[in-house]
Design a protein around this ligand. Structure first.
Ligand code: GBH
Length: 481
């Protein structure tokens, strides 16, 4: 192979690739070993809240099958595994004066040891949406700034103390936009608050999501401050936040739509406070006095509170100006081009189409705007109707293979042709699992889960991802030796 071509095949040294999951989506065993309820427990079992009426009581049964899951990861040859801790297993009632559950700590401690024994780097999310129910009941959870910031920091400190000798990669919060907007605005995720009274008897979609987002930023920033001041020197890890951010592309080149694409990004990927120390002008205009202000002391903690740029990204939207949806920056999203064709291959999830060029564009945008190393912490695809296919057919997940092919090319091009500093790639997900409001109807795994028997079957996409990564890593090794 000519050397330039070889060069383009390489992954940077130390690049972490693997799969991601989240506690509530896989663990099940919601009553085991002293775990307290999370806000998703009852919500997911409430009729009408999930598409198939199923909740997270069993999920992929991974609390019991954890050793099997680690063997699966091992057999896939991964370097790293991104998973989340269930706060209510560790502190069942959640608060800073509530009892700690040693059985919950032991579960995650053993899990981390077993990953390391199998040469898999643990990449840990502290919070992937499963707030202890007791904190919601006690003081309104994320709506209560003083309480949640202190309780979250206390929980984070406990995790650093008990796991930080072995965990060197921390994510504070997964997708704060989803927590705020889907949980307190659209009301489709727990705790399901919204102004829409057909959904919820309480809530105010005009104010609560922005308050929740503000409190999330502060909770995150206080946890990072605690880590940097009291743990980092000894433990030597990195800590940051991870955000959902899909690429937005103007629908056409009219000036309104070009401006709208930036507005969509300002709201959906609203990370300027953390990385630039200010709000985007557009958010100030759109929200006026509904946009919560940080005090100078708070700005000092929030600005710079992430060691890297953590990014979950799935798709690209074409953006038209107009409409009243503040959560999209008063723009309209579409996958239909002006000539009537579709942007890419439609997934089972209505919000998702394949468009690898958008992934590359997003990587470039983030690198130029924020100048931080990028950790891609989620990226994946749900094949249309996979949940209702016979097993043999579901295992031939060609659309997902093509999605990962495109993503791999985009990552390599961004690294080698565009000079973007990318440090990880985690495919979502290791397993089909509880897909929140969509229940089990939507499957994102590279491993098929038969929920009747909890048997795992590798799909074609797993074989693709594993073989492409294996050859890239082998080349990288040859080169560095
Ligand atoms: C991730 O979010 C989650 O981190 C993960 O837990 C989940 O399983 C995975 O995606 C697959 O869904 O039309 O207003 O309802 C991805 C980011 C942002 C994608 C919100 C869906 C729907 C917006 N998500 N989006 S809306």
């Amino acid at each position: 192979m000519p050397s330039t071509e070889l060069q383009q095949q390489l992954l940077p040294k130390g690049f972490l690739w693997g799969f991601a999951t989240a506690s509530f989506q896989i663990e099940g065993s919601t009553g085991a070993d002293g775990r307290g309820k999370s806000i998703w427990d009852d919500f997911s079992n409430t009729p009408g809240k999930t598409l198939d009426g199923k909740g997270g009581d069993v999920a992929t049964d991974s609390y019991r099958l954890w050793k099997e899951d680690i063997q699966l990861l091992k057999s896939y040859g991964v370097k790293a595994y991104r998973f989340s801790l269930a706060w209510s297993r560790i502190i069942p009632l959640g608060g800073r004066n509530d009892p700690v559950n040693e059985l919950g700590i032991k579960f995650y401690s053993d899990f981390i040891d077993e990953l390391i024994a199998n040469d898999i780097v643990p990449f840990v999310t502290l919070y992937h949406w499963d707030l202890p129910q007791a904190l919601h009941d006690r003081y309104g959870g994320w709506l209560n700034k003083d309480e949640i910031v202190q309780d979250y920091e206390n929980y984070a400190r406990l995790c650093f103390t008990r796991f930080g000798d072995r965990v060197k990669h921390w994510l504070t919060l997964n997708e704060p936009w989803c927590i705020a907007v889907l949980g307190y605005g659209r009301g489709i995720f727990a705790p399901g608050r919204s102004s829409d009274r057909t959904r919820s008897s309480e809530g105010d979609s005009a104010t609560e999501p922005w308050l929740v987002a503000h409190h999330e930023m502060l909770a995150h920033a206080h946890a990072v401050k605690a880590y940097r001041e009291d743990f980092k020197a000894l433990q030597g890890g990195q800590i940051g936040i991870t955000l959902n951010g899909d690429w937005s592309m103007p629908y056409d080149d009219s000036p309104e739509n070009v401006a709208a694409a930036q507005h969509a990004r300002d709201v959906a990927i609203g990370t300027d406070p953390i990385y630039l120390g200010s709000y985007p002008e557009f958010m100030k205009e759109m929200l006026g006095d509904r946009l919560p202000e940080y005090s100078p002391e708070e700005w000092a903690i929030v600005h710079g509170s992430s060691d890297f740029y953590g990014m979950n990204t799935y798709t690209t939207n074409m953006i038209k100006a107009g409409g009243e949806d503040e959560f999209q920056g008063k723009t309209m999203y579409t996958f239909t081009r002006p000539d009537g064709t579709q942007l890419g291959t439609q997934a089972h999830s209505p919000w998702l189409q394949t468009y690898p060029e958008g992934f590359r564009a997003l990587l470039n945008y983030l690198w130029k705007r924020y100048q931080k190393p990028i950790f891609v912490t989620e990226n994946g695809f749900s094949v249309k109707d996979e949940g209702s296919m016979p097993l043999e057919q579901a295992l031939q997940d060609t659309d997902r293979v093509e999605y990962y092919q495109g993503a791999t090319q985009s990552i390599l091009a961004a690294i080698h042709e565009d000079g973007v500093d990318i440090r990880s790639y985690f495919a979502w997900s290791l397993l089909d699992n509880f897909e929140w409001a969509e229940g089990y109807t939507t499957r994102f795994g590279v491993t098929y889960v038969d929920y009747e028997t909890q048997t795992r079957y590798p799909k074609a996409s797993q074989k693709f991802v594993t073989s492409v990564r294996a050859s890239l890593s082998a080349l990288s090794l040859q080169r560095s030796s």
